[in-house]
Design a protein around this ligand. Sequence first.
Ligand code: CA
Length: 232
Amino acid sequence: MLHRMALILLVEDDRIITAALSRALTDAGHVVRPVGRAADALKIVTEERPDLVILDLGLPDIDGTDALRMMRSVSDVPVIVATARRSEADIISLLSAGADDYVTKPFSGGHILARINAVLRRARSAVDQAPPEIVVGELVINPRQRRAELRGQPLQLTRREFDVLAYLAERVGQVISRRELMNEVWNQARIGEEQTIDVHISWLRRKLGETAAQPRFLHTVRGVGVMMVDPR
Ligand code: CA
């Protein structure tokens, strides 16, 4: 795929890092919108609709993970988190909070550019290749508009919940392993993935009005994975 220019929101309070990253990203043909506070970032995400966000977790006004959750509540924009934290628990919590990828500080301009290009490519091909509509019983999913309805009522889904739902709905009757979901929906094979998947499945169940004990659409196959079923 040809390289396309992206509007990148860079949320970083360190001026030296901001200057170096802005230069690297601009040289690579992107447009950079730098801000130093999470509050400004949240405003710009809704008003200017950037193609991608690089979010430093150590910001002066709002804790980075909280900022990420707030961003996710208003936007599906891909987010790469820049963090000095590198424990397994920290990474799981970032991915659960909706990060698409992360880089640990310090990182080079070349390294973050490779991550940016990978995340943008996934986001764009997901839209380009999506089928127009998937129907599973009373559930109607429109991947291009990223909307889902149950019995005519719109579901309020996070980006990840939507991606998991659409992936499973395209494969009704097939048992999908957690590893496959991690590879295909999260696009990564990383430590601690099972808890992340289970958390998203349980949130999704709640929104579909079902429970693990009394499933309708999402059936857990113990020790294997999860399967979407047409409940009719
Ligand atoms: Ca910082």
